[in-house]
Each structure stands twice: as structure tokens, then as C-alpha cells.
Write a protein that binds this ligand. Structure first.
Ligand code: DDH
Length: 292
């Protein structure tokens, strides 16, 4: 924000689209890192930067980008996200006027949209805060737990069962890393394509506990190349979660619509409404759309 004042530069939607475009480039320029894409890890950064919100106290959330500071950057749940923060830092150097909170959340939007997901409404307005704004550890979900824990964590942010199940569909993307969470492997066969395969696979495959030295996780009996966390599998076991998971397995359009709404809400958690520049969120264009 101080940069904005210093240069008297008031960015427009077109300026944010330039940042979006640069994010899209950088996400793709990943060499042999994880299927050649930083998209999934950048999406996870946006989620972990926002998912610390507590509606009872109004603390946490995406406003202050406090994951820049220790100890939050070192919280167990954030292991590996330095990769995403470093990728984002390159862009921050080029567009110094954008706040980290806006940059990270816009990157989450770009990751979803560029990996063929739904359009996600987004608007700028987050400001860079201080270490004193940092949330305590333990606000993000623990993958070894069951339905009560998932509800505790997401109800605290202000989400309901339908939104919880929709948000979990992000696990169509990316993978677990043994040196980060201890878990291992991808959820789907196309970890850089946003699809509803996560739900389809949950119901269509037979899931068995993997026999290994790592934390308890499931593997698909047929190929043994996919994984589910205990918290993923719960979506097929809990009656209320299951209803939505089944609906998303059967209807990709419904999943896209509901994911977009819940994810847009997630990205705005903890940001006072008056800070938002626009009264309505924007739809940023994909790189492909700008070509035609
Ligand atoms: Fe997740 N997630 N997530 N997740 N997540 C992991 C990876 C990724 C949980 C645990 C893990 C969401 C919900 C949950 C993404 C997006 C989202 C990993 C592996 C664990 C563990 C980390 C590693 O080893 O690198 C749990 C538990 C929950 C829950 O209880 C609901 C949500 C809501 C999102 C979202 O984006 C909206 C993405 C993307 C990844 C892949 C990251 C990567 O590097 O690849």
C-alpha cells in the first residue's frame, strides 16, 4: 500500500490482468517440477493464506498475507509453500504496487482458471500487514482426522457442508509430498487439469489402506498409483458430505459453479468490505481468451 501512495499509482482492472497474465506464465515455466506446473502449489498457497480465518474473532484470512512471517511460514501445514511464495516473489518484484494478499489470491484464481477450471470472481483490496496480525497454528485441517474435525475447521471459517465438499474438489489438482506433509502421491490421473475426477474416483475406485511406513492413507486397489487422505475418504462416509460428493461426481457443471462460489468466498475471508476497490468482484480473462 505504501508503494501506491509513494508513486500515486492507482491500478485498474487492466493492470491486474497484466499481473494475472504474468502469473499464468510463471506457473507454466516450472521445468521438471511436479508435472511441469507450479499451479497446484500456488493454489494451495492461496488456500492456506485464506483458510486461517476465524469468523468469531475476525482474525486470520487473506488480508495481511501473514504467511510471509515466522512462525506461520514454518507451521507444519505450510510445509513446502515456500516454493509458491518464491515463485510469487518474482512477480512482486515486477509489480511492486500489488499487495501480497492480492497477489497470492489472484494467483489462486489464475491457477484454477489456467488449469481449465471455472471462472472465479476476484477483486483487489487486501493490504500487507504485520507479524502481529498472524493467526495461531492449528487453524488449517489435519488430514488424519474425521468429519467432526473437518466441520470444526470449516464452520469456523463460515462454510457449510456443501461448500466444504465443493472446496475439497481442489484435490483433483496436485499431489502429496513425503518431505512436506508425509503423505505421498496424486489424487487423480490429471493433476494439472481441474476436473471433477476427484469425486468420480472416490466413488468408482475401491480404496484400501496403503501398507507402508508413512501416515495412514488410502490407495486405489486397481493401479495403486492414486491416493486419498483420511479426510478425503470421509466425504464418501459421512451422510451429508456424501450427498454433495455424489452430486459433484455426477455433474461437473454443478461442481464448477459451486467451487467457484465457495473459492471466491474463501479468498475474501478476513478482508473488510470497505477495503475492496470494486463493489462487485471481477472476472479475469484466461490467457487463451485474450488470444482470440
Ligand atoms: Fe489440500 N492438501 N487439504 N486442499 N491441497 C494437500 C495438497 C493440496 C488437506 C490436506 C492436504 C483443501 C483441503 C484440504 C490443495 C488444495 C486444497 C496436502 C499435501 C495435504 C496433506 C501437501 C504436500 O505434501 O505437498 C486437508 C486435510 C483438507 C481438508 O480437510 C479439507 C482445499 C479446501 C483446497 C483448495 O484449494 C480450495 C492443493 C491444490 C494441493 C496440492 C499441492 C501441491 O503441491 O501439489
Amino acid at each position: 500500500q505504501s508503494a501506491k501512495v509513494a508513486t500515486n499509482f492507482v491500478p485498474t482492472k487492466a493492470d491486474y490482468q497484466k499481473v494475472y497474465n504474468r502469473i499464468a506464465e510463471v506457473i507454466d515455466d516450472a521445468g521438471d517440477y511436479d508435472n511441469g506446473s507450479f499451479g497446484p502449489v500456488v493454489l494451495r498457497l492461496a488456500w492456506h493464506a485464506s483458510g486461517t480465518y476465524d469468523k468469531a474473532t475476525g482474525t486470520g484470512g487473506s488480508n495481511y498475507a501473514t504467511m510471509r512471517f515466522q512462525p506461520e511460514s514454518l507451521h507444519g501445514a505450510n510445509a513446502g509453500l515456500h516454493v509458491a511464495r518464491e515463485v510469487m516473489e518474482k512477480i512482486k518484484q515486477e509489480f511492486s504496487w500489488i499487495s501480497y494478499g492480492d497477489l497470492w489470491t489472484l494467483a489462486g484464481v489464475a491457477a484454477v482458471q489456467e488449469m481449465a477450471g471455472p471462472k472465479v470472481p476476484w477483486r483487489p483490496g487486501r493490504i500487507d500487514g504485520f507479524e502481529s496480525h498472524s493467526p495461531p497454528d492449528g487453524r488449517l485441517p489435519d488430514a488424519s482426522q474425521g468429519a467432526p474435525h473437518i466441520r470444526d475447521i470449516f464452520y469456523r471459517m463460515g462454510f457449510d457442508d456443501q461448500e466444504i465438499v465443493a472446496l475439497c474438489g481442489a484435490h483433483a489438482l496436485g499431489r502429496c509430498h513425503t518431505d512436506r506433509s508425509g503423505y505421498d502421491g496424486p489424487w487423480t490421473f490429471s493433476p494439472t487439469m481441474f476436473t471433477n475426477d476427484y469425486y468420480k474416483l472416490l466413488f468408482d475406485e475401491k480404496w484400501v489402506w496403503r501398507k507402508w511406513n508413512g501416515p495412514k492413507q488410502l490407495e486405489d486397489k486397481k493401479t495403486k498409483s492414486l491416493m486419498m487422505l483420511p479426510t478425503d475418504y470421509v466425504l464418501t462416509q459421512d451422510k451429508s458430505f456424501k450427498k454433495y460428493a455424489k452430486a459433484y461426481a455426477d455433474d461437473v457443471d454443478l461442481f464448477f459453479k459451486d467451487f467457484s462460489a465457495a473459492f471466491a468466498k474463501l479468498l475474501e475471508l478476513g478482508v473488510p468490505t470497505q477495503q475492496f476497490v470494486a463493489s462487485e468482484a471481477w472476472i479475469m480473462q484466461t490467457v487463451d481468451e485474450q488470444k482470440s
